[in-house]
Write a protein that binds this ligand. Structure first.
Ligand code: ZN
Length: 255
């Protein structure tokens, strides 16, 4: 029973063969997934997929790269959707200093507004961080994100920051990069952190794990991430699968 906590099956890359992708995931033991929406079209599609398939859930939020496009109506819409029975989290949200489409100040404002929203509706948040670690940690603290907690999605930072996030009620989620041969830091962090604070994800169609690196990613590959974590920690694959599955159900409050 695997739980892929971060998929973009709402992306155009899955338009032609979604049924086959879902079937392969099932064959591999992927029981549940959270489809993450991050702008108008992907939020709409995430909800549609969660309504159509019983084992899919949705997260709704606004991506920092597009922060400049978010209107008050969008924020209001996200808040309305938060009461949908299949919506289990708010995000992805955060800061992305790699791309410069949206100014930093706009990104921060949109990030803060979404944390405040999540606290109003009492849902966990999914954090996207690219080259903005210190500002993310500061804002999570200032906005008291610990009250709802959430996920540090596709984590690639240090062990120290991971521990700081865990203290703020966050889970650390590993994706494809932890399987890359040269990924020393994520491997070390995955090895050191307690299993009851870890989650697994593909972030498909992006960041396919080894040996599929560079190709389209899909939820069935999440098993490769669980295998890697089991090897790093010197425990069984089953143990990683069961514990990360429980962690996800608990965080998303899925009975
Ligand atoms: Zn994502």
């Amino acid at each position: 029973m695997l739980f892929d906590t971060h998929v973009h099956l709402n992306a155009d890359q899955f338009n032609d063969d979604l049924e086959e992708v879902l079937e392969r995931a099932k064959q591999q033991g992927v029981q549940n997934m959270v489809v993450v929406g991050f702008d108008r079209p992907t939020i709409k599609k995430a909800i549609e997929l969660a309504e159509k398939y019983p084992h899919l859930y949705a997260s709704v939020g606004w991506h920092p790269v597009d922060a400049i496009d978010m209107t008050d109506e969008d924020l209001h819409w996200i808040e309305e959707l938060s009461s949908h029975p299949k919506v289990v989290a708010i995000g992805e949200m955060g800061l992305d200093y790699y791309w410069d489409k949206s100014p930093k100040e706009t990104q921060k404002e949109v990030f803060r507004k979404q944390i405040q929203l999540a606290r109003r509706v009492k849902l966990p948040i999914i954090i996207h961080n690219r080259e903005a670690t210190q500002d993310i940690v500061d804002i999570l603290k200032e906005e008291n994100a610990a009250e709802v907690g959430g996920i540090m999605h596709c984590y690639s930072g240090s062990l120290e920051v991971a521990k700081e996030c865990i203290d703020m009620n966050f889970y650390i989620s590993f994706g494809g990069p932890v399987t890359f041969k040269n990924a020393k830091k994520p491997k070390e962090v995955a090895k050191e952190l307690p299993l009851d604070k870890l989650l697994i994800e593909t972030d498909c169609p992006f960041l396919a794990p080894h040996p599929h690196r560079g190709k389209r990613n899909e939820p069935s590959f999440v098993s490769l991430i669980a295998k890697e974590i089991a090897e790093l920690k010197g425990i069984t694959y089953e143990e990683v699968v069961l514990k990360t599955y429980d962690n996800a159900r608990q965080l998303f409050n899925i009975k």
